[in-house]
Design a protein around this ligand. Structure first.
Ligand SMILES: Nc1ncnc2c1ncn2[C@@H]1O[C@H](COP(=O)(O)OP(=O)(O)OP(=O)(O)O)[C@@H](O)[C@H]1O
Ligand SMILES: [Mg+2]
Length: 163
């Protein structure tokens, strides 16, 4: 399904709904170019999970953990990592929630993952280039392509694409 996001606030709102509805152990693979809005979406996700702390990009820290909310949020950014380093992160401990408390795992630059969990939600953010002519005046427009793999989405999210 595809959702039109007219500005950063719309992207944040999509994140809020995801944060309010996703279940523990959900992995979100975030794809999209630099500045597509991946961190903005996760900031909304944090809001939807009732996280009070500011959500900041984990580009340098690789992973940021937020534990005082409805569910823990594990926010990762693989931008600076090589495949071997990613394997070394043992990400399965996060998405299996065995050694860590089960929560939401949000991974920026997920296209770099050498392996994937059994179930996940891919969200691909891109500039909205369907309206090429409008691009200059409407440069904040994005689209979110949401593709669930082995999981079902809440009704609230499904209705977004119709609105
Ligand atoms: N529709 C939109 N959705 C999200 N961000 C938008 C939108 N329109 C404009 N922006 C702006 O674009 C920027 C997106 O930055 P953000 O850090 O979320 O991107 P990112 O995909 O995480 O980038 P990076 O790959 O560097 O981590 C922000 O400055 C935001 O305000
Ligand atoms: Mg980012």
């Amino acid at each position: 399904m595809k959702i039109f996001l007219k500005d950063a606030l719309a992207t944040r709102n999509l994140g809020i709904i995801l944060g309010q509805t996703l279940k523990a152990n959900t992995v979100i693979l975030l794809e999209g170019d630099l500045g597509a809005g991946k961190t903005t979406l996760v900031q909304g996700l944090g809001k939807g999970l009732d996280i009070d702390e500011p959500i900041v990009s984990p580009t340098f820290t690789i992973i940021n953990e937020y534990n005082r909310a409805r569910l823990p949020l594990y926010h990762l950014d693989l931008y600076r990592l090589e495949a071997a380093e990613i394997v070394g992160l043992n990400l399965d401990t996060y998405w299996e929630g065995v050694e860590v408390e089960p929560g939401i795992v949000a991974i920026e630059w997920a296209q770099r993952l050498p392996y994937r969990p059994d179930a996940y939600l891919t969200i691909h953010l891109a500039n909205d280039n369907e309206s090429q002519y409008l691009e200059e005046v409407n440069s904040t427009a994005r689209t979110a392509q949401i593709i669930p793999f082995n999981l079902s989405l809440d009704e609230k999210i499904l209705t977004l694409s119709e609105g």
